[in-house]
Ligand binder design. Sequence first.
Ligand code: 26Q
Length: 797
Amino acid sequence: MNVMTDLSAEGLRARIAQHLTYTLGKDAAHASTYDWRMAVSYAVRDLIVEPWFAATRKTYQAQGKRVYYLSLEFLMGRMLEDAMVNLGLRDTLHDVLADEGIALDDLIEDEPDAALGNGGLGRLAACFLESMSTLACPAYGYGIRYEHGLFSQKFEAGQQVECPEDWLNQPHPWEFERPEARYTIPFKGSVRIDKDTAIWTPAETVYARAYDMPVVGWQGKWANTLRLWGAHPTDLFDLERFNAGDHTAAAAPEALARTLSRVLYPDDTTDGGKELRLKQEYFLTSAALQDILRRFLSEYDDLTLLPHKVAIQMNDTHPALAGAELMRLLVDVHGLDWDVAKPLAVGCLNYTNHTLLPEALETWFTWLMGRVLPRHMQIIERIDREHRAMTECADHLRIVHHDQVHMGTLAFVMSGHVNGVSALHTELMQETVFADLARLYPGRILNRTNGVTPRRWLRLSNPALSTILTDTIGAGWEGDLDQLRTLADHENDSALRDALHGAKRANKVAFAAWVQDHMGLTLNPDAMFDVQVKRIHEYKRQLMNLFETIARWQMIRANPTANWTPRVKIFGGKAAPGYMIAKEIVHLINDVATTINNDPVTGDLLKVVYPANYNVSMAQRMIPAADLSEQISTAGKEASGTGNMKFTMNGALTIGTLDGANVEIREHVGADNFFLFGMTADEVRTRGQHRDHARQAILASQPLQDILQMVVEGRFNRTNPDRYHGLVARTWDDDPFFVTSDFTSYMACQAKVDTAFADPDGWTRTALRNIAGSGYFSSDRTIREYMDGIWDTKSLG
Ligand code: 26Q
């Protein structure tokens, strides 16, 4: 038997032993958890190399079109368990290691998360990579190899404290460094025109060096590459200065270059105008496009074939310089005529919009862009001139106006297709922010509702439920999630409902044990686990959930012997370091938790849990343990949401507004199986026209007045009673996301949730319908839709 395909327990044992001895240089008798984890990772990685090479070979032979997914963020999480699950080796490896006295779960937990993303957008990119591999769609992800991913979050006296994240302080077994794949990235300097040709003489350069990670699909048939770029100095070291004794200055060029890939910007909106961020965006974009053209030209010599062989997806506007950079490479470097190059560029490029929040639409000052990227500024001006010439273009339609480059407009104009991420979001794009552009470029805007990979978010994270699914509807649903539909045929099977209830309870017990170990808090696993996990943002309205928690606490205290449904309110999420209001909300959640958790009157009827440092791995623990999923953003503000989909797949019921993909989730699971409340996007718009909407709503609600009174009086912070004056004043006077207007409807809906949960079997039946309706939200479906209407690529499986 070929050693490479020997997947027997014996074969795997030998591979692990081999790596432990010869790669790690460790004797099994003295090997640490880390050593074992590395040995197992290398052994599993070896098994991916073959499908990885095969995928490259097949693509090359088929002269297939390749997809390039450009993203400043890839929120991959842990790699080992995902690879084991997709290769179907998790159980075998578990047993092999158990024979050695090693617990596989300890090794899995030992791996740091690859947290190269902020939240939804970065996690979507990770799900898409996995689905593209599952579907044998030839693809590369291109990103930055940040030395430090998203900060880790601690609480000190209830306040968020950020600590640098350091995932690369140990070797990363999933990456292959590619010293030969290296490009020069130019910055600054000047441009002169020589006989119609622009010649850019940069003042600074850095190298982009490739680090490749294989991403294996379901059942290990195909693997694509995530290529991350690290920044390295072009001038290594100033030897003259070193010899003259100035050792610090001698190392300066190296330090400066590496800054480019040092750290992920920790914002999930926009951090406005930072030169380093612009340089990061260009660094990624230029390295990726140089690599794409190099690969293309190694196979073809006619650049007009480009749109037939290359599809580039821009994940939001962060890599939107691609429009200008591709023109620069085609015209200045490869000598094409501008008018020939432009349709080629537009034929390759596509843009996904992830937000309509005005404060999150990227712009750069022309003086900054002109200084950092002088040639791109000229190219953008020309693109803008031609765009304006199409019609008498109003100011707000220009790429450049008020001394700012509008990246959304640039991305739109240079893309063949532009898409939103849920039906409602796409509709709003068309009606609001991009309405005039949509008229100017008809047919360009499409919808592609997001999805998530069921391998990580169901099979891996919820083995108990997965086993029940396979036993009930048969094997194979992981690769064809629409099969979950057939679960609905079994809803009258009471043994199945008992099993589902049992699996949920087991997941809750496991999460409660984790909370006990890590926070010293005891949870009742029969209480409702009510979960809101996502970045902390005003529009996501964690504050509304918290206000409801306070109201509930007061109601229970007023009548502690009534028939209350016990609840655990679970929060998770990070605030951007510079977002003061979000940090205030974090603080208040922690203050409220301390007060409520220490109240003997409410006891087990109400607990509030907010574990620090929510990340992908914590999501994998929490989501399977959730009874209720909070998706309560102000209608019209959440582009899609993807956590909402993960909860649905795992049999949580949703309390939510008609926002983002909630609308479609409700359609797919059935309106009766979804707790809907709140204003529609239209109603929000109308209500916003009343300047005193918040004051009116508060005056109409005694509970709201009581809650705000308690917060402002310092009921949750007796040592510093003024702490939340600002927050309460803003709620009365401003309340930009309509917490107060939706509060009464939210309270009433939560009461219905309580009643429903008091009937456990009825609840489980509803949960079953949610699982059965979640098939649509597989990212396999989403990727098929991109392949069909946007990329025009074929599966090579
Ligand atoms: C921009 C400029 C400078 C620094 C940071 C940024 C930046 C970084 C991250 C701006 C935005 C983000 C992330 C946005 C995001 O996660 N959006 C979410 O995308 C999901 C996937 O489509 C949707 O489901 C969510 O609704 C949307 O909020």
